[in-house]
Ligand binder design. Structure first.
Ligand code: SAH
Length: 354
């Protein structure tokens, strides 16, 4: 994936690397033959050294809310999933008094793709279905990007994927090099050309890696899966907290804002009935975030079979949200899209791998 180096090794002109990037990622070429502005000799020699990878779509499910979930087969037979989430009718949401987190001019135009970074996951979060698989393997940089390429082929002409969130299966920061490499192409103007503000990496809180990630200066959005306000509860829900407790995590967030030049961090808070959805939790959350420029996404738990954890009641959600609003925290209740097809947060997993 070091295009310039690979191209020069083959004795090709350095500018060919940009042409390749454009053909592969901007135009979605699937063969070297179609790269018509490359010299005949380049078109002949490239396939001798490289191949253009594809992911095979093995299933697609569509939700009643417009969300689509794709399952891709990897060469060795493992499956990963991506979820395509069209923007909601925001005007309607606003009229109904629901908070929305995107500017008015983008209403109706947002098409978000949620991609996976690992097959399975090693983090063992109790509320997440992917955790049950354990970690099978990291996705390569190509496999991370191929999800965008293949999903792009599945949408109507004229539409474009405007946002990518690394919130599918896996812990992105545990697959650092491949994830960082893939993000470079996502925001490269000749490749996918996504705006930095439209790429979000979500992490369960690998504190030292957050600092390392800031040093890459990608400028993309960082989201932290906080999910609890005491170390006791967070360690129970997310074993990674035993290694990197809340105070350390919050410090890492403050550093990221400074180092990465972003104005704020998004905190994700999965609300679990009776576990972390009480007003006391909301109070502690306000204290924790009082010195971090932030935005909070409340995600009511999406239940799945085999888990004892329960979704919060509507009343608990509203009480919690209202408390935070009164304290001037910017919050958003993330509607759970695609629940009916197990495409919502924490519901991705592939059955055939155990
Ligand atoms: N491993 C990364 C990327 C996955 S993001 C991370 O933890 O951030 C997935 C998001 O969905 C996380 O914010 C996680 O807290 C949330 N989530 C996981 N399981 C969920 C569930 N069952 N219901 C609702 N949200 C869930």
């Amino acid at each position: 994936h070091d295009f310039p180096e690979a191209v020069v090794k083959l004795g090709l002109k350095p500018y060919v690397s940009n042409q390749l990037i454009q053909w592969l990622y901007q135009k979605g070429a699937t063969s070297f033959e179609e790269m018509t502005n490359l010299s005949k000799s380049a078109r002949a020699s490239l396939p001798e050294h490289f191949f253009i990878s594809r992911l095979e779509k093995v299933s697609e499910l569509s939700s009643s809310d417009g969300t689509r979930k794709f399952a891709w087969k990897l060469p060795e037979g493992n499956i990963v999933e991506s979820v395509l989430i069209p923007s909601e009718p925001y005007e309607k949401a606003v009229r109904a008094g629901v908070d929305v987190d995107i500017p008015e001019e983008e209403w109706g135009t947002r098409l978000t793709l949620c991609i996976s970074t690992q097959v399975g996951c090693a983090m063992q979060c109790k509320f997440c279905r992917t955790a049950e698989m354990g970690l099978v393997r990291n996705l390569t940089q190509g496999e991370i990007l191929d999800q965008i390429l293949e999903a792009r082929r599945m949408i109507k002409p004229g539409l474009r994927i405007s946002n990518v969130v690394l919130m599918g299966m896996g812990e992105p920061l545990a697959n650092f090099d491949n994830v960082v490499g893939a993000i470079r192409f996502m925001i490269h103007s000749k490749a996918f050309g996504l705006s930095k503000r439209h790429v979000t990496v979500s992490t369960s809180g690998l504190v030292p890696v957050i600092a390392k990630f800031a040093k890459e200066e990608l400028g993309v959005k960082l989201a932290i899966s906080l999910n609890a306000t005491t170390d006791e509860v967070r360690s129970e829900l997310m074993p990674i907290n035993k290694k990197y407790p809340i105070a350390k995590l919050i410090d890492a967030c403050k550093d990221y804002i400074k180092a990465a030049g972003r104005d704020r961090i998004t905190f994700e808070y999965v609300m679990i009935g009776g576990v972390n959805d009480l007003v006391d939790d909301a109070k502690r959350l306000v204290n924790l975030l009082s010195h971090v420029p932030s935005k909070v996404n409340l995600i009511p738990l999406n239940p799945f079979t085999g888990s004892k954890l329960k979704a919060p009641t509507e009343e608990a959600i509203q009480r919690f949200a209202q408390y935070l609003r009164n304290k001037n925290l910017q919050i958003n209740i993330r509607s759970s899209r695609g629940q009916d097809i197990l495409a919502a947060c924490g519901q991705l997993a592939s059955k055939n791998v155990t």
